[in-house]
Design a protein around this ligand. Structure first.
Ligand code: NAD
Length: 240
């Protein structure tokens, strides 16, 4: 196994075959809602009930027995466990399928469905139940201070400093199941050193395909395990 530094970026496409819908698959709607209504601070101010109901449904779906990590999540966890160099997995996903598959060095740049944040104290809690507008917060015991621990449009993603440090020194950058619509993640490929290998795995061409040297088109649950197997066998596909 090589001992280079690898960064893998994943998007909603890697979880699609686990039964979680992506953002862009249905004319810009997310689970039948306009994205600005359920994923923006102004949408939350306008209608906290609607936003809580939306994330309550996403949280319940994620905890149902039907939603489990697929072969792509598992293959990335296996790759990390065997990789000799530095390995960082950055996900835009708010589900917990990477950690359930066994990934360890993982950053959720857009937050996590199973966490909430107190808007008064900024404390973050694990949370598996429904939230209503008047649900009391565990830290200040006040109603109405909780919000999903999700990065909405117009908000700054988490862990950007750590991510850019890793990108600027990585030898291999792989993006899986991301459309290239959402920045700054869509621009990460432009921060990779000139010598580095860049691989995109997606169903088909994305908005940022032109920035990658290698492309693997097809469903993540098939293509990611194949890609990982080649790396483990020492036949690095980006050099073939
Ligand atoms: P996106 O929905 O914009 O794009 C999904 C991409 O995945 C598309 O390019 C599509 O071609 C590809 N894709 C779909 N099915 C695939 C499959 N089986 N195999 C490989 N590729 C497949 O997703 P994005 O780029 O991640 O950006 C959208 C935002 O949506 C993110 O910020 C994320 O937080 C949020 N989101 C997250 C989840 C989740 O946590 N699972 C679900 C929906 C949306």
């Amino acid at each position: 196994m090589p001992s280079n530094s690898m960064v893998v970026l994943t998007g909603a496409g890697i979880s699609a075959e686990s039964g979680i819908k992506t953002f862009r698959d249905q004319n810009g709607l997310w689970e039948d809602h306009k994205i600005e209504d359920v994923a923006s601070p102004s949408g939350f101010r306008r209608s906290p009930d609607l936003v809580h109901a939306f994330y309550n449904a996403r949280r319940a779906q994620l905890q149902s027995s039907k939603v489990t990590p697929n072969a792509a999540h598992k293959a990335l966890a296996e790759l990390e466990s065997r990789w000799k160099g530095e390995f960082l997995l950055v996900t835009q996903n708010v589900d917990n399928l990477h950690e359930r598959a066994g990934s360890k060095n993982l950053l959720h740049m857009h937050g996590e469905l199973l966490k909430v944040r107190c808007t008064k104290s900024d404390q973050v809690f694990s949370w598996t139940a429904d939230i209503k507008k008047d649900t009391k917060c565990s830290c200040c015991n006040e109603p109405g201070t909780l919000r999903p621990h999700i990065v909405w449009f117009d908000e700054i993603p988490f862990a950007l400093t750590r991510i850019y440090v890793a990108l600027q020194k990585c030898d291999i950058f792989v993006a899986v199941g991301t459309s290239g619509n959402v920045y700054p993640a869509a621009g990460f490929v432009n921060f990779i050193p000139a010598w580095a290998s860049t691989v995109e795995i997606n169903l088909d061409e994305s908005l940022i395909s032109h920035s990658f040297r290698e492309h693997i088109f097809g469903p993540a649950s098939k293509m990611v395990p194949k890609f990982v197997e080649k790396i483990i066998k020492g036949a690095c596909p980006w050099h073939s």
